[in-house]
Ligand binder design. Sequence first.
Ligand SMILES: Nc1ncnc2c1ncn2[C@@H]1O[C@H](COP(=O)(O)OP(=O)(O)OP(=O)(O)O)[C@@H](O)[C@H]1O
Ligand SMILES: [Mg+2]
Length: 475
Amino acid sequence: MSAAAKILVIEDDKGIADTLSRVLLEEGHEVAVERRGDQGLARAGRDTFNLVITDLRLPGLSGLELVRQLHAAQPRLPIILTTAFGTTETAIEATKFGAYDYLLKPFDMPRLIELVRQAADSNRLMCEPVSLGEAGASDALVGQSAAMQAIYKEIGRVASKPVTVLIRGETGTGKELIARAIYQHSERGGAPFVAVNCAAIPETLLESELFGHEKGAFTGAHSRRIGRFEQAHRGTILLDEIGDMTPGTQVKLVRFLQENALQRLGGKENILLDVRVIAATHRDLEAAIGRQEFREDLYYRLSVVVITLPPLRQRREDIAGLTRYFLRKHGPALGHAEPSIQPEAIEFLQAQPWPGNVRQLENIVRKALLLAQSYTVTVDHARAALDKTAVPDFSAKRAFSEYVDDLLAAARRGELADAHARAMGAAERELFGRAIAEAGGNQAKAARWLGVTRVTMKAKLVQFGLYAGHDSEPD
Ligand SMILES: Nc1ncnc2c1ncn2[C@@H]1O[C@H](COP(=O)(O)OP(=O)(O)OP(=O)(O)O)[C@@H](O)[C@H]1O
Ligand SMILES: [Mg+2]
């Protein structure tokens, strides 16, 4: 999730400051500009920002000194340095002092936007408090079921110990929220919290993103890069979607967990680090081990403490509380100062399967609030909100790419968690159905066209309800 951020730009060149502001404003962020280093530092102390972007060479106070002082005062405030070619060494030094990252001038705008998004997200993870049980304005872990109470206890028990924690659960069950809660309740709450989504970073880049690299380590490695582990020194790293990490990177991670040390790609220096690792995944790691996609030694290293979030359908008693919580959370912004809901509407919500879990429930509550305008939310509103987000269906006459559009949209909204299985199923059904029809029911012929065995042909026809009981005519 990413939201608009309040960003302080410290830059003495008016042209560059204007360009930066324009791009950031277009992205929906709020921007303030200071032209001197000393004034920038003062401003950051006076107002609250989610992110600082500062030039390295500044009048008043150098960017490097600014990073040092600002990071000491506000360790949770990400600082991105901008630097002209030729001063990259200094920028790299700055990442050791706690700068979040650096950007080369002239700016690669998509990279700038992505980096800002990541840094703002990191600030949100660190700063927006998560309370156990509802409390005022903060994000809260809601749910009084026995399963959730056991999880709150577990968080309390493990937060202050520096052990590795693995958080498991289906999509939308609250894994990221739990990771934030553990970080915030730990003794490392004031130190950096670095989150890396292993599924979002191309596999060729993930290793250098995590472990860093030396100049010339591979084609395109024009300068040294400090990895996320180094940035998380004395703090916490969240390896989200760890089930999507490739075996090569897994090997390096095992070694890091064993030795608390790493070498940057292409480097020889052994860098000792103190980093607490929290990992999360919605994948079935045991099955992935069976398929040799996930290393067993890594699995054991990660499983020191495992917190497993049950799917929402297995704790239906939490649905009423969550619904009321989301009504209060989103009501005011949607024009409901004091939102209300019919008991029947809650019963209706309690009966749903929730494949997208809490995230899906939150989306549906928001939609129902919109439909209800300023009135009480009724069963009809709840049902209409769910219908609106009904899982897309693939009918024979539809373009497959359109179907994929809808599936991905629903998946992004957290309304389904099996887009791959659905798309593959739909494609197969179409393929087998068409083949058998065009082969006039001759299974052997259809099988040969598709390059599958007759056993597979028959099994697929049975699976899709297309099996006529016999081969219409022998080949
Ligand atoms: N117990 C809970 N109480 C309140 N809100 C919750 C709870 N669990 C989840 N949420 C909310 O549901 C949404 C999804 O949660 P989160 O992002 O933590 O899920 P996730 O398990 O990390 O999902 P994914 O596997 O898709 O990344 C968030 O907006 C979060 O605030
Ligand atoms: Mg998540």
